[in-house]
Design a protein around this ligand. Structure first.
Ligand code: Q0Z
Length: 291
């Protein structure tokens, strides 16, 4: 390919490229692939890569405007500085970013009890080892958001929830404290922005790197997308009932798969109705957030 970008790494749903003439940059490309239960499913969700990239870019811009509390954000357009553009073949779903030293910690923040947190709470009254008051239910709001980091295991190994002491061992005390404080701060700011649009940000996962030149802590990778976050409709949530936790992500895919697959062998093809409803849900989130 003449644009010079070379595949560096392929994840389940995104791909990373490097450029020999720009060793300080990377290209992150979001595909239309969708994964659930550790499998990449067929067919993909047409338009998903573009939607998630625009969501991530929108959040990067919103968060950059109000940052300063010890965190930088990745710059997404390097053309002004003579950097390469996103090539046409990845139009709308690529971001050129500064190449950082990524920290091996997934910075998860939860404002509500749900998903794996709800499962752990039922078994032990804790979430990632943090004790919570008795009597909480699925989807309940926590008194205040909690920071529940995970160790980014090498490829093929599952991420492992870790406590603050383990984070200190991994990145040192100063960075461990900064990751926690900055993650909670960004979560608060993002929750307030989402709330203005009638959306609840239930939980999310941030990733950070340090700038190799300056050491500055930098928010990186995808930010507050529906692949990395759980959003709920605030009015649906407030009305209560079974559907109150319908999220703006691939929950439709997960639910369908759970009902139509016993988790052995290859997963079945997704029906077009499921694909379309999922795409609609992604679009609705973007429309409501960015309108
Ligand atoms: C992001 C990932 C993807 C699979 C590495 N600015 C950066 N500097 C250095 N590394 C990264 C970034 Cl964003 C980086 N990932 C996550 C992205 C495919 C995994 F496109 N890994």
């Amino acid at each position: 390919m003449s644009d010079g970008w070379r595949p560096l790494y392929s994840g389940k749903v995104r791909d990373l490229y490097e450029h020999p003439d720009h060793p300080d940059l990377l290209l992150v490309v979001a595909s239309d692939r969708v994964s659930a239960f550790d499998h990449v499913l067929e067919p993909g969700i047409s338009g998903k890569g573009v939607l998630l990239t625009s969501l991530s870019e929108w959040w990067f811009e919103r968060l950059a405007a109000g940052s300063g509390a010890g965190v930088d954000v990745e710059v997404r357009d390097h053309r002004a500085a003579g950097g390469p553009a996103v090539p046409e073949r990845f139009a709308g779903r690529g971001m050129v970013v500064r190449r950082l030293h990524m920290l091996p910690v997934e910075c998860v923040v939860r404002g509500y009890l749900s998903g794996s947190g709800w499962l752990e709470y039922q078994a032990s009254g804790t979430v990632c080892g943090i004790p919570l008051p008795a009597g909480l239910g699925d989807g309940d709001r926590l008194a205040e958001p909690i920071y529940t980091p995970a160790w980014k295991a090498p490829m093929g190994v599952h991420d492992e929830n870790i406590d603050f002491a383990r984070t200190v061992e991994l990145v040192g005390l100063d960075l461990a404290a900064a990751l926690r404080d900055v993650s909670l701060d960004i979560f608060d700011r993002a929750s307030a922005i989402a709330a203005e649009r009638g959306l609840i940000l239930a939980d999310t996962k941030f990733e950070f790197g340090t700038d190799p030149a300056t050491g500055a802590l930098t928010l990186a990778d995808e930010v507050l997308t529906s692949d990395s976050s759980r959003y709920w409709d605030a009015s649906v949530y407030a009305a209560g009932g079974a559907g109150r936790l319908a999220s703006f992500d691939k929950q439709i895919v997960r639910d369908w798969l759970a009902a139509h697959w016993d988790r052995t062998g290859d997963p079945p093809l997704l029906p077009s109705e499921i694909v379309e409803r999922t795409a609609d849900r992604y679009r609705e989130l973007i429309d409501r957030l960015t309108a």
